[in-house]
Design a protein around this ligand. Structure first.
Ligand SMILES: [Zn+2]
Length: 419
């Protein structure tokens, strides 16, 4: 996990670049995933795949030739998709081509706008405010040499874990782009890669797809490949972002707000995560949700992640800040969500009247565990042959695994059957 993060973190992962394609390629090889190739400039849904960008040089120098800013030191120093420009310019002119952030004076901000729009083109540098105030000369030399054209491809990875014929399909997605930025993109791709490695070992009921590539465009490229039957089979999607930040876990609900994946996510956060924040649709942070959970497709899509950290979209989002324990923990939360999707069933009781629990070693002492006692009491009454273990758990307030284990025991003793 750490090797892949180290290899790709400080690269210039603009939406369409060798660096971003390399990450897609590496993750796809790890998972033996499929790759969708989208030509730059081509139309997917109503979007145009952005221009391919390659940086040869990006420097700002003083008139004595001293290098003040160098893309080589941090790819955030250039505006994404900056065009070439060479020349001597005044400080005043340069001001129009500098992005700095006074509120976070020691961080290099991230300028991404031109990476997402082919129509707008410009050149520019990003610099920390502390370095910016040191620039007191009247003239500077700009030396930016880049390639920006449509003669290349954007890669999107899709890993499919095939379930049974009657199962549903669930999509998990994260974006690979954002130069030299860690928890906004990259770490989430790695967490989902690990989730899918784990899923591959299992015999699953549902089909799971992991979509990874540039923000927005990967979702568009993936959705564009689906036929009507495939579109209809997708019952939910999860977009992961900001996992590994130094903030509390958080989620955003789908636009529908009351779908099965909303309830399952809320359940796992309440019972497993415990200390968290929850938001409405796209309120935590907006990524590709509008593609999945938007016009036409309208697949309920939940965002899984953490609260937006103070160093969001800047050089502060770096390797040192990654909470690696959280990457492991979050992987487990995601597998917990999948566990409910995989194992839930409707129990049909085969006995009448209250069950003599002690005969089957299922008795819970009221004094020792009053909550457990009440939950088992209610669970039996709620098991009407139509309500699933998860729905019963939700109605009683108990944790899913507690309820499911109880009914599993009844099935074992032939006191219930699974429907
Ligand atoms: Zn971002």
């Amino acid at each position: 996990m750490k090797e892949l993060i180290k290899k790709h973190l400080y690269t210039s992962r603009s939406p369409v670049s060798d660096e971003n394609n390399n990450l897609v390629h590496d993750v796809a090889s790890e998972l033996n995933a499929d790759i969708i190739k989208s030509k730059c400039g081509s139309e997917v849904l109503s979007w145009i795949i952005p221009l391919y960008w390659k940086v040869i040089k990006g420097q700002l120098k003083d008139l004595s030739g001293n290098i003040l800013i160098d893309f080589k030191n941090n790819p955030l120093h250039l505006w994404t998709n900056s065009i070439s420009f060479q020349g001597r310019i005044t400080k005043q002119e340069l001001e129009n081509h500098i992005l700095t952030d006074k509120n976070r004076p020691d961080l290099i901000p991230y300028h991404y706008k031109f990476g997402f729009s082919t129509a707008m083109q410009n050149w520019g540098f990003c610099i920390s405010y502390n370095d910016y105030v040191k620039m007191q000369d009247n003239e500077y030399i700009v030396d930016i040499d880049t390639e920006l054209h449509n003669d290349n491809y954007m890669l999107t990875g899709v890993k499919t874990i095939k379930g049974q014929e009657n199962g549903s399909t669930y999509v998990f997605a994260a974006h690979t782009c954002h130069p030299a930025i860690a928890v906004d993109g990259l770490t989430n791709v790695i967490v989902l890669m690990k989730v899918f490695k784990e899923l591959e070992k299992r015999n699953v009921k549902n089909t799971y797809k992991f979509v990874f590539g540039s923000e927005y465009y990967a979702a568009a490229a993936f959705l564009n490949t689906l036929n009507e039957k495939e579109e209809k089979s997708i019952k939910g999607a999860f977009f992961c972002d900001l996992i590994g930040a130094d903030t509390k876990p958080a989620y955003s609900s789908s636009f529908q707000g009351d779908s099965l994946i909303d309830s399952i996510t809320a359940h796992i956060f309440k019972h497993r995560v415990k200390d968290y924040s929850s938001y409405g649709y796209r309120q935590l942070i907006g990524n590709d949700e509008m593609f999945y959970n938007g016009p036409y497709y309208n697949i309920p899509t939940v965002t899984l992640g953490q609260n937006v950290p103070a160093y969001y979209h800047s050089s502060g989002d770096n390797y040192e800040k990654i909470d690696f324990d959280m990457l492991e923990t979050y992987k487990e939360y995601i597998l917990d969500i999948i566990n409910i999707l995989e194992t839930d069933y409707v129990p049909v009781l085969k006995y009448k009247g209250p069950l003599c629990l002690s005969r089957y070693n299922l008795y819970i002492d009221f004094k020792a565990n009053p909550e457990g006692y009440r939950h088992i009491e209610a669970a039996q009454i709620l098991a009407d042959g139509k309500t699933s273990c998860f729905q019963i758990a939700e109605k009683t307030g108990a944790e899913y695994n507690f309820i499911k284990n109880f009914f599993d025991e009844l099935v074992k003793y032939n006191l219930a059957v699974r429907k």
